[in-house]
Design a protein around this ligand. Structure first.
Ligand code: HEM
Length: 467
């Protein structure tokens, strides 16, 4: 029963176990017998995230994602090899690089919005997925993204909505290290075909040094021993970025609107800030909210507190940042991350033996009642005065495996929200009364999504803000 419930209603299982058993408990999944020890106290989460890489490496090698992204993917690798790939990728998602993506995000959003229906319900998640796919394709391939329809189609097929029964089987199965067969395998073959063809083309081009898309930068990058990345490594990192880099962000934007539309006062406050920014006045929220802007530990080490980001003009103000942080807290898209203990380890009040899969539970940590007042409520204000803390706000995981694209995703969320809400006002569809309090959380492979795809009705705003 526990396993079936885990497959179809994971948040219900996590909430119920936490209520009955406290912040640490073991889930045993049939038929494989796989055991997961979930932890959600900030101290326990800190112990796991700050443990040396050789003591608690990621268990992603045995995740269902591994055969898709490939053996050289930064998500799958551990130890020295992981750090090598991570160091090559990190600079693409930090600091000034980010500025270069702003225009791409706004333009992709505007282009897609042009086809949105007005006054009729639509599933927002499908549209935000198209926007974020466009953004990551442009970031990775630059202008070449224009002729990448085959790639768009292959990714679409790879991530096509699964039949509910398949979802259950997926959740119950012990992941296989084999490359998938069937329609997913065929989509993967086509994806690889396009990528290797593009790599071949680029190797022959002479302007690689002038280009600043991620692929060109990765092709030029050298590790500490002066080695470039092989084609297989490049393929695996590109697939990783394309897959990890769009669906998660798209779902998070969908969740943000799903929450905002049911909290009209928060929506009004956000729109007022956006309008004030567009008018050049700057929003006054009576706080120093930019401190909450980006929780990426700057050094990439696990101990840093949420880093302070300087205020930015144009990508959303303090309240937008708080809305993004609160959405990621209360509706985290990735519910957990898994580490495989290589040695005995003390985690909270428990001593766990080697071989244990210890799981910082993102969903429960982000709702720990010891840290958050009314933890299941959507209250962006909680992050206006206090920035999120490293070990009790973990939508992007943590330690040396923390999400490489965290700052990119937060920027993208703020910019998509700003661009959309400048022109349109979301309403809950009339016949969605059953959903008045919110859409249920549904499982989509390893992510948690709004069950109805974040259904909204858009109305044109009487006085759209001037962008
Ligand atoms: C809201 C959007 C996103 C969420 C919620 C999210 C969440 C996560 C989580 C939970 C992890 C695992 C961390 C751990 O094991 O401790 C992760 C890893 C990763 N993410 Fe994201 N992610 C998002 C967006 C992105 C974007 C936009 C990119 C790239 C463009 C990206 C690239 C990666 C990569 C490469 C890793 C592997 C890092 C490593 O193992 O060292 N993600 N992400």
């Amino acid at each position: 029963m526990q396993t079936l419930a885990w497959a179809v209603a994971p948040t219900w299982v996590m909430d119920r176990c936490a209520q009955r058993l406290g912040p640490t408990f073991t889930l045993t999944l049939a038929p494989s017998g796989l055991k997961l020890v979930l932890v959600s106290d900030p101290e326990a989460v800190k112990a796991v995230f700050t443990a040396p890489a050789e003591v608690a490496p990621s268990a992603a090698r045995s995740s269902p994602l591994a055969p898709v992204v490939g053996p050289h993917s930064v998500i799958v690798l551990t130890g020295r090899e992981h750090m090598r790939q991570r160091k090559l990728l990190l600079p693409q998602f930090h600091g000034e690089r980010m500025r270069e993506y702003e225009d791409v995000i706004v333009q992709a959003t505007k282009r897609d919005m042009a086809s949105w229906p007005i006054g009729r319900p639509m599933r927002l998640q499908e549209r935000t997925r198209a926007i974020t796919l466009e953004v990551i394709l442009r970031a990775v391939f630059g202008v070449e993204a224009d002729r990448m329809d085959a790639l768009r189609k292959a990714i679409g097929d790879l991530l096509a909505p699964l039949h509910p029964l398949t979802v259950v089987l997926f959740a119950l199965r012990r992941p296989s290290p084999e490359r998938p067969t069937g329609s997913i395998g065929r989509a993967l073959d086509r994806l690889d075909g396009v990528i290797y063809e593009e790599l071949g083309r680029r190797r022959e081009q002479t302007d690689l040094a002038q280009r600043n898309d991620i692929l060109s930068l990765l092709m030029r990058a050298r590790d500490e021993d002066g080695r470039p990345m092989s084609d297989e490594e490049l393929r695996d990192e590109l697939v990783t970025l394309l897959l990890a880099g769009h669906e998660t962000t798209a779902t998070s934007v969908a969740w943000a609107v799903e929450r905002l539309v049911r909290h009209p006062d928060k929506l009004r406050r956000l729109v007022a800030e956006i309008d004030a920014e567009a008018g050049g006045a700057g929003a006054d929220n009576g706080c120093d909210g930019d401190r909450a802007a980006d929780a990426t530990p700057r050094s990439g080490d696990a101990n840093g507190r949420s880093a302070d980001a300087p205020g930015r003009v144009g990508d959303g103000g303090a309240y937008a940042t708080a809305v993004v942080n609160e959405t990621l807290r209360v509706r985290p898209v990735v519910p957990l991350v898994v580490r495989m203990l290589q040695q005995e380890m003390r985690v909270g009040a428990h001593t766990l033996p080697p071989g244990t899969r210890v799981v910082p539970c993102i969903y429960l940590t982000n709702r720990n009642a010891r840290v958050y007042e009314a933890p299941d409520q959507f209250r962006p204000e909680r992050f206006l005065a206090n920035p999120p803390e490293t070990f009790s706000w973990i939508p992007f995981g943590g330690g040396i495996r923390r999400c490489i694209g965290a700052a990119f995703a937060q920027l993208e969320m703020r910019l998509i929200l700003r661009t959309v809400l400048s022109e349109l006002e979301p309403k809950v569809p009339k016949y969605s009364r059953g959903w008045r309090r919110g859409e249920w959380t549904w499982r989509r492979a390893i992510t948690l999504v709004p069950a109805a795809g974040a259904r909204v009705v858009w109305e044109r705003r009487d006085h759209p803000s001037t962008q």
